[in-house]
Design a protein around this ligand. Structure first.
Ligand code: ADP
Ligand SMILES: O=P(O)(O)O[C@H]1O[C@H](CO)[C@@H](O[C@H]2O[C@H](CO)[C@@H](O)[C@H](O)[C@H]2O)[C@H](O)[C@H]1O
Length: 484
């Protein structure tokens, strides 16, 4: 089993458009979208020139060419291709939900996408629909009433109540996707970069709900696109998950904010960290019981170590600051291969895949819930859906304690001992609930923590260069931690 990410082959066959005159529509939108898309936080192709946009599907959820002043609602899947002929990176497919009006009210001006100058939308204003409470409310109505609209189909979990007519509030924090809260009762997450296949952020919470695991909000409704008989991004027929509606945990606080508050106020966090370790282990146990598991033996672990080394080289090619530490980091990967040579094995199962303090919510009753099971957004969906070692999630959370201590800026020995104490408490909690102490799997923990820190270096260099020093601090520690 390998965790590496190989580029997908891209086929040009496009599915049938559900709006007539799709190419005219694209002519209307290409200019505005080509300017607007690269500026979005969730746009994955930053720094690479956009060479073409193609329409994968277009569905009018409300008529866009009516004479009235009410908004139209247009759902689009758009394929973005980058660079010139020699760019072998796979295309990306983005989900856009666009409002269309003759005139944009001033309150919606931050949502402006553009003003098409040709094609069927000429003279109209196109904007991000989820900013418009009327259109956000319409999406909830669609989710309440399962059924098909063009290529889109809306599904609902049996026996769940979704109240009608709540007020909609778009979340404005830094996100990989876009989320709307409805009346503090439900939250809709609209995935931005989508791929054929069920998104683990629907698949895993549904499996956990079915298994009776209450640590994860159970999906109440979802929607997807399907193109029977057609290929999208080179993969045929599998539906693409587009959005999930789940109960909103009102009054909860995320682990990152709580950790920073503990650092500021110099209060103990180890009780919370230990409970979080237990919650993680409970979710792992439920996932292992509900979905396929396996074991990595010597060849697979050696392959995993080789994949990590390869990704390190790729990251070092992109971020020069990593280069002086490459040799030291490679030693932690070699130690993993040596562990395999000595007969060491590793269980694999479905995982969270991108676990950190921002992905856990302390609810009003004091318990921890885990959210956002999408996995690392940069990995292809097929990789993210593959079973992996549970220690990967543990390593992600260990990195997060380190991140909070380092980013908080209190610096010095207090923050360092805060991180050490909470990392140990988290592992103790994990061992309490699973019987497996991550601290007794040092080769695995070090290798996966290094792998995560390398990922973070790349992530910060791309998205938040002023945070690059945070994972670099860990890189220096990890590079020095494994003797020759
Ligand atoms: N079920 C929920 N209850 C309360 N808040 C939530 C819930 N799901 C998500 N959130 C809030 O929305 C934010 C973004 O959600 P997340 O699933 O992490 O989206 P993304 O994949 O875009 O990062 C979270 O950090 C959290 O604050
Ligand atoms: O939450 P996302 O799925 O968008 O995950 C991505 O962004 C995260 C930052 O928002 C990033 O997490 C890194 O920063 C966190 C603090 O902001 C820290 O708690 C994490 O430990 C650190 O990895 C995550 O890596 C990225 O995939």
């Amino acid at each position: 089993m390998t965790e590496s990410s190989s580029p997908r082959t891209v086929h040009a066959r496009l599915p049938q458009l559900s709006v007539p005159h799709g190419s005219a529509l694209l002519r209307s939108l290409t200019g505005p979208l080509a300017r607007w898309l690269p500026r979005q936080r969730w746009f994955a192709g930053k720094g690479r020139p956009l060479s073409s946009l193609t329409l994968v599907s277009a569905t009018e959820l409300l008529p866009c060419s009516g004479a009235g002043s009410g908004p139209g609602l247009l759902h689009l899947l758009v394929r973005a291709r980058h660079g010139g002929a020699r760019d072998t990176t796979p295309d990306d497919c983005y989900q856009l939900l666009l409002g269309v009006r003759p005139v944009l009210p001033p309150t919606l001006s931050p949502a402006l996408v553009g003003r098409p100058t040709e094609g069927p939308l000429r003279g109209r204003v196109v904007y991000e629909a989820l900013h418009d409470t009327r259109l956000a409310a319409l999406m909830l109505e669609r989710l309440r009433a399962p059924g098909r609209h063009g290529t889109l189909s809306f599904g609902r979990a049996p026996g769940t109540a979704i109240p009608a007519g709540p007020t909609a509030r778009l979340l404005t924090g830094e996100q990989t996707n876009s989320s709307v809260v409805y009346g503090e009762a439900h939250i809709l997450k609209l995935f931005r970069r989508v791929s054929p296949g069920v998104n683990p952020d629907l698949e895993l919470p549904l499996a956990l709900a079915e298994a009776g695991c209450a640590r994860v909000p159970a999906p109440a409704a979802w929607f997807e696109a399907s193109f029977p008989g057609a290929a999208v991004l080179g993969q045929a027929t599998e539906p693409l998950t587009l959005g999930v509606l789940a109960p909103y945990l009102a009054g909860s606080a995320d682990g990152w904010q709580l950790a920073l508050a503990s650092l500021t106020q110099r209060t103990d966090f180890t009780g919370a960290a230990r409970a979080l370790g237990r919650a993680t282990a409970e979710v792992h146990t439920a996932l292992a019981a509900a979905l396929p598991t396996g074991t990595l033996g010597r060849p697979e672990l050696e392959e995993a170590a080789a994949g990590m080394t390869e990704r390190l080289a790729e990251a070092a090619a992109a971020v020069p600051a990593l280069r002086p530490y490459q040799a030291g980091l490679r030693r932690t990967y070699r130690a993993l291969a040596e562990y395999a040579e000595r007969g060491g094995e590793c269980r694999v199962q479905r995982l969270h895949g991108d676990l950190h303090l921002g992905q856990v919510l302390r609810t009003a009753d004091g318990g921890w819930s885990l959210i956002d099971f999408e996995g690392e957004p940069a990995r292809p969906l097929t990789d993210r859906r593959r079973p992996g070692p549970p220690v990967r999630d543990v390593a992600g959370m260990l990195r997060s304690f380190d991140y909070a201590a380092c980013q908080h800026g209190t610096g010095g020995s207090w923050a360092e001992s805060w991180s050490r104490a909470n990392r140990a408490a988290y592992c103790r909690g994990y061992a309490d609930a699973s019987g497996i102490d991550p601290m007794h799997q040092l080769e695995l923990v070090r290798a996966y923590e290094t792998e995560k820190a390398v990922y973070e270096v790349l992530y910060e260099a791309r998205h938040r260069p002023h945070w690059l020093h945070v994972p670099m601090t860990a890189i220096r520690r990890l590079a020095a931690s494994t003797p020759d």
